[in-house]
Design a protein around this ligand. Structure first.
Ligand SMILES: C[S@@+](CC[C@H](N)C(=O)[O-])C[C@H]1O[C@@H](n2cnc3c(N)ncnc32)[C@H](O)[C@@H]1O
Length: 367
């Protein structure tokens, strides 16, 4: 498949010819509004934020942001549209209980509920999404996943996606420990994260272009905020530390714009362009007005910056992509847990001087 992590994506040479066969402007049009929010949140700098959690959440909870999440969801689906199940890769059979942590608009939870009508699929977030209809087996709940979980049934699958900037290191440890505790033995965790760093394989992005600095600008501000954009790099370690085994990792390049020659990647690039062009203002506004370098930016500065980013993103001669990583791993069965604990204890006893080694977690990188 063309979406392998290290494979170069070939640009479409026909993109730049005057032709009627491809409606060049179609991919640039904004999608129609998905729905209007009935809920009041905290308004700041023209965006609306959740008020459930005492600490700030950097992502807005408004229609524009929900549209961005929907486009992100569609990008993930198109990228895996060659698979029988484009929603997750964990080998879960006959699931009964599924949870989507930080569900956003709830699109993943809704689609999984449709795919597994026998399962109860819950999506949880700090803010109620503007959905008017849900499959009967899908429940979208408003809650803070950092609080102690009160769900009674153990989950077969817990899913997380694009949670960069949502948690600090301590909160992450608590979150992954709760996921572990609330999965049934043999149940699966699956996480999909993306970096905000745009890059190319063919140097088609000129040096100094704002798209080249976009990711680092966001990362720097997020690191200053204490809830860093480093989950992409840390999620494997966090999953392993929580005790999961049989970890699998799949990396892919998500193009931005219609530039790839491959049809599937072209479609993904078109939707991903919508994802980013609708999201850039929302992702940047809170972080840059609070933690922008060298000093916090004004709302107007963020708006000008995001307008420039959006404008440059329209140039399909820049063959930009960013990287996505999907990780899935299994909660061990009690006998495996006992064996791992015994092995760790034996290793600790055997080496008084040496650091005790945690048992090796099998990790497979999949292309
Ligand atoms: C970037 S969005 C991703 C949404 C969704 N997972 C998706 O892929 O479309 C991150 C989401 O995490 C939610 N979130 C952040 N902290 C949370 C918390 N403590 N409890 C529940 N949800 C949280 C935010 O409100 C936001 O909707």
């Amino acid at each position: 498949m063309a979406n392998m992590g290290d494979k170069i994506i070939a640009p479409d040479p026909d993109m730049y010819e005057p032709t009627d066969s491809y409606a060049i402007d179609d991919w640039q049009s904004e999608t129609t509004s998905i729905g209007s929010s009935l809920y009041r949140g905290l308004e700041e700098n023209g965006r609306k934020y959740q008020v459930l959690k005492a600490t700030d959440s950097f992502t807005p909870s408004d229609d524009k942001q929900f549209e961005c999440y929907e486009a992100g969801h569609l990008t993930a689906l198109v990228m895996d549209s060659h698979r029988a199940n484009p929603l997750f890769r964990a080998p879960v059979e006959n699931p009964k209980q599924i949870l989507d942590v930080g569900t956003g608009r709830g699109s993943w939870a809704v689609d999984v509920a449709d795919m597994f009508p026998e399962a109860t699929v819950r999506g949880v977030d700090l803010y109620p999404p503007p959905v008017t209809w849900l499959p009967p087996n899908c429940i979208l709940e408003v809650d803070d996943v950092l609080q102690d979980w009160t769900w009674h049934e153990p989950f077969d699958l817990v899913h997380l996606r694009i949670l960069e900037g949502a948690f600090n290191d301590e909160e992450r440890k608590k979150l992954y420990a709760q996921i572990y505790k609330n999965l049934r033995p043999g149940g699966w965790i699956e996480q999909l994260e993306v970096t905000p760093n745009f890059t190319t394989d063919d140097n088609s992005l000129p040096p100094g272009n704002i798209l080249g600095t976009f990711g680092q600008t966001m990362i720097d501000a997020s690191m200053k905020s204490g809830r860093g954009f480093d989950l992409f790099h840390k999620c494997e370690g966090l999953i392993k530390e929580a005790g999961f085994v049989d970890m699998k990792v799949h990396n892919s390049k998500w193009p931005v714009g219609p530039w790839p020659r491959d049809k599937q990647l072209k479609e993904a690039g078109i939707v991903n362009h919508q994802h980013w062009s609708m999201g850039v203002d929302g992702y940047g506004m809170y972080l840059l007005t609070k933690y922008g370098e060298p000093v916090p930016w004004s709302m107007e500065e963020v708006q000008v910056w995001s307008a420039k980013v959006r404008k440059e993103m329209l140039n399909s001669r820049f063959h930009i992509y960013h990287t996505a990583k999907r990780v899935w791993a299994r909660k061990p069965f009690p006998e495996e847990e006992k064996a791992a604990a015994a092995a760790a204890a034996a290793a600790a006893a055997a080496s008084v001087k040496e650091e005790p080694k945690s048992p090796e977690v099998k990790r497979e990188v999949i292309d």
